[in-house]
Unconditional design. Structure first.
Length: 389
C-alpha cells in the first residue's frame, strides 16, 4: 500500500479510537540490506535501502496529562506510558521500542508531551526487515513533530539504536536505524559504520529490481546468538591486536590463525571478506554491473551460512532456488538479509522477470520447505517523514 493510503488509514483508525482527527502523521520505513551483513558492529561498510513498508503513527495532544497513550491497530491493544517521570520499560512488550526512544529524548533534556497515538506497521514482524528500527525512528519523528524541534537525523538514529540496546536487549549496530532515518528515494545508502559517513548510491536502472522473499521463519535476535557473534568478533580483534575487525586484513588473520579457535577464525573471516565485498558491490551498483553485484551477493550468503553460521535451512533453500533459476531465468544474485536465523532473503533480478521468478520461487519453496513464502519487490524508498503537521 502506498504511503498516502497508509496515512489515510491510520488517520481513520485514530479517529475511531479517540473520536477526533489526528494533528500529526509520521512514518518511518523498514529496510532491506543489499550486502554488508554483520559488519556494522565491526566498524565496516553496509549497503541497505529503505523499503516501501512503514511504521506509521497518527497523533494529537493527549487528553491524559503526563501520559502517552498508544493504540496499536494490529494487536488492538493500548499502551499507557507514564512520561511525567523518566520513562521505564513496561508492558505491552512492543511498547518498549517507543519507551526507549522517549527515554532517549528525556536524557537529552527534552520533556515528552502528553500524546494520544494510533499506530500501524506494514513491515513484517520478525522478518529481518527492521520492523523494530522503523518503530523507533517513527517514534522519534513523532516527537519531533509534536515538540516542533527537529534533530539531526544521525542523532535521531543513535537515540533509536540506544533504545534497541537498552529497552529491547539487542546489542545491534547502527545500520537499521540509520537507513530508516536517512534513506532516500531511488538510492541505496553506503554507510561507513566507523566514521558514520554516508554516500547515496543511485539505484535507478529500470532493468533491475530487488525481490524480497520472506521465508516466514520468524527471526529472533534477542535469543543471544546475535550477542554471541558480536563477542566472537571482539575476541578476534583483541587477538589480532586491532581496535576492530575493520582494521584487520585477510593476511593478518591467516598469520594469527593459530592463536584463535576455529570458530573465532571463521567469524573474523566472514567479517573481513564481507567488508571488502560491500565496497565492491557499491562499485558494481554505480556501474550497473549487475552480474558482479549478484556474484558478491551469492558469496556473501555462502560466508554467512558456512563461516558466520547465521543462516537457516529455509534461507539456504531460497538461495538454492535462485541459483537454479540463474541469470538465464533473470536472477543475478540472492542472499539472506538482516540478522539471520530466519526472516528474509533478497534477490537481485531482471525487472521483466519479476512475475515468472516470483511464481517459480513460491512453488519451489512450497515443495522443498513445506511452507509458504511471502514475496514482494520494492523500489528504494525515502527515510522517515512527517506527512502531516
Ligand atoms: C540486525 C542488526 C543490525 C545488523 C544486522 C546484521 O539487523 O540490528 O545492526 O548488525 O542485524 O547485519
Amino acid at each position: 500500500m502506498i504511503l498516502s493510503d497508509l496515512a489515510a488509514q491510520v488517520a481513520g483508525q485514530f479517529k475511531t479510537a479517540y473520536g477526533r482527527p489526528p494533528r500529526w502523521i509520521v512514518a518511518a520505513p523498514g529496510r532491506v540490506n543489499v550486502i554488508g551483513e554483520h559488519t556494522d558492529y565491526n566498524d565496516g561498510f553496509v549497503l541497505p535501502m529503505a523499503i516501501e513498508r512503514y511504521a506509521v503513527m497518527a497523533a494529537d495532544t493527549g487528553t491524559t496529562p503526563g501520559t502517552v497513550s498508544v493504540y496499536d491497530t494490529q494487536f488492538k491493544e493500548t499502551a499507557k506510558i507514564d512520561v511525567s517521570r523518566p520513562v521505564t520499560k513496561g508492558q505491552p512488550k512492543w511498547s518498549n521500542y517507543l519507551r526507549g526512544v522517549m527515554a532517549g529524548f528525556q536524557q537529552r533534556g527534552q520533556a515528552i508531551p502528553a500524546l494520544d497515538v494510533a499506530m500501524l506497521s506494514t513491515v513484517p514482524l520478525g522478518g529481518g526487515l527492521s520492523s523494530s528500527a522503523a518503530l523507533e525512528v517513527c517514534t522519534a519523528t513523532l516527537l519531533e513533530a509534536a515538540t516542533g524541534r527537529t534533530i539531526d537525523p544521525v542523532e535521531k538514529a543513535l537515540i533509536a539504536q540506544k533504545a534497541e540496546h537498552e529497552f529491547a536487549g539487542v546489542p545491534c549496530g547502527i545500520m537499521d536505524q540509520f537507513i530508516s532515518a536517512l534513506g532516500r528515494e531511488g538510492h541505496l545508502l553506503l554507510l561507513d559504520c566507523r566514521t558514520r559517513k554516508t554516500e547515496l548510491v543511485p539505484m535507478s536502472d529500470p532493468s533491475v529490481e530487488l525481490l524480497i522473499v520472506n521465508t516466514n521463519v520468524k527471526h529472533e535476535l534477542g535469543s543471544g546468538e546475535y550477542a554471541k557473534r558480536r563477542a566472537e568478533c571482539e575476541a578476534a580483534a583483541r587477538i589480532l591486536g586491532v581496535p576492530s575487525l575493520r582494521d584487520a586484513t585477510a593476511d593478518a588473520l591467516e598469520a594469527g590463525r593459530g592463536k584463535m579457535t576455529g570458530v573465532v577464525y571463521r567469524r573474523a573471516r566472514h567479517v573481513i571478506g564481507e567488508i571488502e565485498r560491500t565496497v565492491h558491490a557499491a562499485e558494481g551498483v554505480r556501474a550497473s554491473n549487475w552480474t558482479a553485484v549478484g556474484q558478491l551477493m551469492y558469496a556473501s550468503h555462502a560466508s554467512l551460512r558456512d563461516d558466520y553460521e547465521v543462516s537457516c535451512q529455509e534461507l539456504d533453500t531460497v538461495v538454492e532456488i535462485a541459483e537454479t533459476i540463474g541469470i538465464a531465468g533473470g536472477v543475478y544474485g540472492c542472499r539472506m538479509t538482516g540478522g539471520g536465523f530466519g526472516g528474509c532473503a533478497v534477490a537481485l533480478i531482471k525487472a521483466g522477470s519479476v512475475q515468472a521468478i516470483t511464481q517459480k520461487i513460491a512453488a519451489d519453496y512450497r515443495a522443498k520447505a513445506g511452507r509458504e513464502a511471502t514475496i514482494f519487490s520494492s523500489r528504494p524508498a525515502a527515510g522517515a517523514t512527517i506527512i502531516q503537521g
